[in-house]
Design a protein. Structure first.
Length: 306
């Protein structure tokens, strides 16, 4: 019987099938795509399940090919990676201006991972009910300028208070599998609860001491919404990029992608090569210097891990 994994705890999986939800375990090992994974099965995966003979339990026997996935390096063991969710139609990156501030570098890394599968991404600035001063408002302005220029939507919301989120969000979610991602404490679960009150996801105040989130959500889980699904995930601290070669990286920066093939050398990495069109466009202001910084930072980080 086929089904879709809607919750994963690492030791068991909730699979939605034609005949309802079944709690399943993995039998044996799953090796796949040469990926070293901390989680062999991820929320969003399509799988086949079978009932164990004479037992009330189910097992996952097979995982169907993934159309796409969002993956990050596992923080503790950097040669391992973790699939955040698979088979998604769009990704909403929830960001905040302060407590914690989401950095542009973090946003760019996330977008590299969505671009690598051409998954549409939207940046959602949450906690707009709070008061912001000069620097934070400038930062908000930067986010709009940088990402809207690239074609990403940037929405400002408040998951608390009187903001009418259902009207704003439901049309975006209809019939789609949507991932909510972002740092811990940005309000992913609060937003999900607002849209799907039955979900009743646990939320928690940010630690006053560190102004960081406390990783309240520990497992990814997806909830039915309007013919689609909304996926709540644990907050991520850093977003390590995986398996992208130096020559490939610029393909995942839309503002560079359109000039590729125009550089003098076809293996140009756009660092200091003569006749580099990307550097020319940067000089002319068609590529944002912050974005170019992120590009260089990711290149350097990739080197460290080889
Ligand atoms: N002022 C304000 N606070 C918010 C808003 N959204 C969420 N919060 C608060 O931020 C804190 C963290 O919210 P959560 O929803 O638990 O954050 P999360 O992103 O799910 O965090 P993790 O599960 O750890 O990844 C809670 O105290 C929420 O009440 C908002 O729009 N405005
Ligand atoms: Mg949460
Ligand atoms: Zn170049």
């Amino acid at each position: 019987m086929q089904g879709r994994v809607i919750k994963s705890t690492g030791s068991w999986y909730l699979v939605k099938t034609e005949s309802g939800l079944v709690k399943s375990r993995l039998r044996g090992k799953f090796k796949q795509d040469n990926l070293k994974l901390t989680n062999p099965i991820a929320v969003g995966d399509y799988v086949t399940v079978a009932k164990e003979e004479g037992q009330p339990t189910w097992t996952i026997d097979e995982i169907l090919p993934r159309e796409n996935y969002i993956i990050r390096k596992s923080t503790r063991k950097s040669h391992f990676s973790h699939i955040i969710a698979s088979n998604i139609d769009q990704a909403f990156l929830i960001v905040t201006l302060k407590n914690p501030r989401t950095s542009l570098g973090f946003i760019d890394r996330f977008l590299v991972s969505t671009e690598s599968f051409r998954i549409p991404a939207t940046i959602i600035v949450n906690k707009m009910d709070l008061e912001y001063k000069g620097k934070d408002l400038e930062y908000l302005q930067d986010i709009h300028e940088i990402y809207e220029y690239l074609g990403y939507d940037v929405l400002e919301i408040s998951a608390l208070g009187e903001y009418d989120l259902k009207d704003q969000f439901l049309p975006l979610l209809r019939g789609k599998t949507t991932l909510l991602s972002g740092h811990s404490g940005v309000g992913k679960s609060t937003l999900l609860n607002k849209i799907i009150p039955e979900a009743d996801q646990f939320t928690q105040e940010i630690s006053k001491f560190s102004s960081k989130g406390v990783h309240t959500t520990t497992f990814a889980e997806m909830f039915d919404i309007d013919g689609g699904y909304l996926i709540d995930t644990p907050g991520i601290k850093e977003f390590g990029i995986l398996d992208v070669s130096d020559y490939e990286l610029s393909h995942y920066f839309p503002e560079m992608r359109k000039y590729l093939g125009q550089c003098k050398y076809n293996n140009c990495r756009h660092i200091n090569e003569p006749g580099c069109v990307v550097l020319e466009k940067l000089e002319e202001g068609h590529i944002h210097p912050y974005r170019y910084d992120s590009y260089i930072n990711i290149l350097n980080e990739e080197d460290d891990h080889r």
